[in-house]
Ligand binder design. Structure first.
Ligand SMILES: [Mn+2]
Length: 318
């Protein structure tokens, strides 16, 4: 066979860490299901395709920089990620959007996460802005009651912005309205965001545990973990701006200070061991602002650290 002058265009989208693609959610056979939710509930037409919509692709593209392979020793976990067990991680692809029906993708996202949970798999969501966990929170009815752990610089308790109730300033408010969401822990709060005094009052009236970055540093991760009830179910939502901007600079609203990589690593390991982490997301990455891909690399590490922790906690033993 003669050599061709040209080759097929380079594939630009990988699956997350090269795990198999699994688009048939009715036949899902997996322990962990990666799912991209690019689209939120926009506050303006400009935001329909905000930069956060590029994050699922960006994280997948970069994931091999944080993932050398299943045989590699991972010093975050002191072993290989799967620890010798037969673990099935799949990439379920992205939930698409329809320009003529802008709420359709939230319904599809909720349906997809319900199918993943019913199949007994742990959904790991790549956003999208912080609106995208709202349909995920609804789907958690399948495994509720669930305590919600949020890592964020911001409170995210706005009832609406310009009449939009399911956008990125409202996810925790919407979560608080769901019967299957139990206690809410908001960790890493600092600086200013969309919250006013009335939103702080609403969060406190609900009983949300508001833990600033300073309180986290003073008390330490172990003490904060002790405050979360043992032996129950947890969902973790990580806004990239909750993390320190040195490791997640690619965000729309950078806030100085923030949760460090080692604090977050310990939080994930401790939370997974406490009870059952039923799912997690990393949202609000704006890939065009990234520096040396470190935001997407950090996101990949948070997911793989959670997978490794769940493996070691015996989540996937038959
Ligand atoms: Mn947020």
């Amino acid at each position: 066979m003669s050599k061709t002058l040209t080759v097929a265009p380079r594939a630009v989208t990988r699956t997350f860490c090269g795990f198999p693609l699994a688009l048939e959610l009715d036949d899902l056979d997996a322990h962990v299901a990666i799912l991209g939710l690019p689209y939120g509930d926009p506050y303006s037409m400009d935001e329909v395709t905000n930069d956060q919509t590029n994050a699922p692709t960006a994280v997948r593209q970069v994931s091999d920089k944080a993932w050398e392979g299943l045989g590699q020793w991972d010093f975050d976990l002191d072993g290989t990620v799967f620890d010798g067990q037969d673990i099935r991680v799949v990439d379920c692809g992205d939930i698409p959007a329809d320009a003529h029906e802008l709420s359709g993708h939230y319904r599809a996202a909720e349906a997809a996460v319900r199918k993943i949970l019913k199949a007994g798999a742990m959904p790991m969501i790549i956003g999208g802005d912080h609106g995208v966990p709202i349909p995920v929170f609804r789907a958690l009815e399948e495994v509720g009651p669930v305590h919600l752990i949020q890592i964020d610089a911001h409170l995210d308790w706005r009832d609406d912005i310009n009449g939009v109730r399911e956008g990125y300033s409202s996810p925790i408010r919407r979560a608080s309205e769901l019967d299957h969401i139990d206690q809410i822990f908001q960790i890493g709060l600092r600086c200013q965001g969309s919250a006013r005094a009335q939103e702080v009052q609403a969060a406190r009236a609900y009983g949300a545990h508001l833990i600033s970055i300073y309180e986290l540093e003073d008390r330490g991760v172990a003490d904060v973990l002790d405050q979360i009830p043992d032996g129950e179910s947890y969902y973790l939502t990580i806004d990239a701006d909750g993390m320190d901007p040195s490791i997640m600079p690619a965000v729309a609203g950078p806030a100085p200070g923030g949760v460090t990589y080692s604090q977050m690593h310990r939080l994930i390991q401790g939370l997974v061991r406490k009870g059952r982490l039923v799912g997690m997301d990393v949202v609000e990455i704006t890939p065009s602002r990234d520096v040396n891909d470190i935001t997407s690399i950090t996101a990949t590490r948070l997911f793989t650290n959670a997978i490794g922790a769940a493996v070691r906690a015996g989540y996937f033993r038959d």
